[in-house]
Design a protein around this ligand. Structure first.
Ligand SMILES: [Zn+2]
Ligand SMILES: [Zn+2]
Ligand SMILES: [Zn+2]
Length: 318
């Protein structure tokens, strides 16, 4: 895979919102008309997290440049000038601005693909309602239980009744074709704490590239798919990197909130090829994850593993 390093200048707002540092991005040698943008890398509650008084977050209350938005990807198409979001997060308004306003082109939000009904993944839909955008029939793609949840629970049900959103039902492994057939999106069920909805990951495919997005999953061992094999079949994989290790959240039983610890993923995937390791970009990092701190021992050690961290503002040409 040929990678080209490109400096991201087009998304000025993400720099204002989250960071004053320059953001670099890696670009596939693919179709230059379709772009994927990493819009956020933090767990549902963002970084810093509300009421956190510990070292992980204290400096971020005064130094906003180090903040991270909630995990989300965006895709935009220069030909149709349409854009799609993967998850509607509490940081929706900043992320929509970054996705749809570049120096060269303005894009219209065409649709939103939701993974599940945990707070970081759908509550941004509130911005589509009459108190905010007053959107007109934005397609919201969901699995059946998630669709029913939105239809039958306020305030989300009002988005449906007022026609702000148009719910589009997905099925496990069913493919949605977008951008005149140049972009295909396929959800697949993954094991997770499904209190209110199913949970899916997404496989995103163009003529040139295959992308995997799994922001939330319980342990890899609970899934009947071999993640190592799946990484081999795609070009880029954004994978759940919520926690670095067990015990990270002091005083809380972490078995109640299962995720593959990054330590576990590194161990499970230690024998995949260097090329496959470079495809893996960990995303959805909890505020306690030491990889959010570039001065931590873990961050420095991670640099030699061959794996990557998703970076807010990165653009991948598809
Ligand atoms: Zn989440
Ligand atoms: Zn914290
Ligand atoms: Zn979740």
């Amino acid at each position: 895979m040929k990678w080209i390093i490109q400096v991201l200048l087009s998304t000025g707002l993400i720099l204002i919102a989250c960071s004053s540092k320059q953001v670099s991005s890696k670009v596939f040698s693919g179709d230059q008309e379709l772009e994927l943008i990493v819009l956020g890398i933090a767990q549902d509650a963002g970084y810093p997290q509300a009421n956190c008084k510990k070292d992980c977050c204290t400096s971020l209350w005064s130094d906003k440049s180090q903040r991270k938005l909630v995990s989300s990807l965006g895709i935009r198409d220069a030909i149709t000038q349409k854009a799609w979001l993967f998850d509607a997060t509490p940081d929706f308004k900043d992320q929509l601005q970054v996705l749809t306003r570049s120096n060269a082109t303005n894009y219209d939000l065409e649709g939103i693909f939701l993974t599940h009904a945990h707070m970081g993944h759908y509550t941004g839909l509130m911005h589509l309602g009459r108190e905010a955008m007053g959107a007109d029939a934005i397609d919201v793609y969901t699995m059946p239980r998630m669709k029913d949840y939105l239809k039958t629970n306020g305030p989300w049900s009002q988005l449906v009744s007022l026609g702000n959103i148009a719910l589009q039902e997905l099925s496990d492994a069913g493919t949605i074709s977008l951008a005149e057939g140049r972009l295909k999106v396929q959800p697949f069920l993954v094991p997770h704490r499904d209190e209110f909805s199913e949970t899916v990951g997404y496989r995103i495919e163009t003529a040139h590239q295959k992308i995997l997005f799994i922001p939330d999953i319980d342990k890899w061992s609970k899934w009947d798919t071999d993640i190592a094999q799946l990484i081999g079949e795609v070009d880029l994989a954004f994978l759940d990197g919520t926690f670095y290790r067990n015990g990270e959240i002091w005083g809380r039983d972490m078995s109640q909130i299962p995720h593959p610890f990054i330590e576990e993923s590194l161990s499970l995937l230690k024998n995949i090829s260097p090329e496959d390791k470079a495809k893996v970009h960990f995303i959805h990092l909890n505020h306690t994850n030491p990889l959010l701190n570039s001065k931590s021992e873990e961050y420095i050690d991670f640099g030699s593993t061959g794996f990557e961290l998703a970076e807010e503002g990165s653009i991948f040409s598809l």
